[in-house]
Design a protein around this ligand. Structure first.
Ligand code: PNS
Length: 159
């Protein structure tokens, strides 16, 4: 069984993330979407909300598993016998940090990182920008799936 993980913060998941998950799900038998918990960073959505949104948005893929993990990505991979990390690369600006993490993870445990070039339609897209634009009332309906749009509206209305 060929397994891979798509890790991230997913606060919240965007159409760019979902494009990478969909493409990974066609390449691997099982794709784990791992919401990595960063205790020093308070998100707009808590981890359970992020998971619920990703599950709703990936329900059509029967080989995608969504879960959270508190710890190192290499430990997540080791525990589940996952040999590959799949990441989207948006632009050259992503490359330095992604290369650093890929080399660190490979050095720690031998896990490989594979990069999928992001669909150019999403090359500028990030969860942070979505939150900022949405917070100021900008239209992000073309950047996030419906359930995330609803969740953003609900969350930002209450502020
Ligand atoms: O969506 P993000 O915030 O760009 O994802 C970054 C993430 C969560 C994949 C990365 O920070 C990570 O792997 N965190 C888990 C902790 C860890 O393994 N750190 C060492 C990375 S070399």
């Amino acid at each position: 069984m060929r397994r891979a993980v798509c890790p991230g913060s997913f606060d919240p998941v965007t159409l760019g993330h979902l494009d990478i998950v969909a493409r990974a799900s066609r390449l691997y038998d099982v794709v784990h979407v791992a919401v990595m918990v960063n205790t020093s960073k308070r998100g707009l959505f808590d981890v359970d909300e992020r998971i619920a949104l990703i599950e709703e948005c990936t329900a059509e893929y029967d080989n995608v598993i969504v879960e959270s993990f508190h710890g190192l990505l290499v430990d997540y991979c080791k525990q589940r016998e996952i040999p590959a990390i799949v990441k989207g690369l948006r632009a050259v600006s992503d490359f330095d940090y992604e290369l650093q993490m890929a080399q660190m993870n490979n050095g720690l445990s031998g896990v490989e990182t594979l990069f999928i070039p992001t669909n150019p339609v999403y090359s500028f897209l990030s969860s942070s920008l979505v939150k900022e634009v949405a917070a100021w009332g900008g239209d992000v309906s073309h950047l996030v799936p419906g359930p995330v749009l609803d969740a953003l509206r609900g969350r930002l209305d209450r502020r």
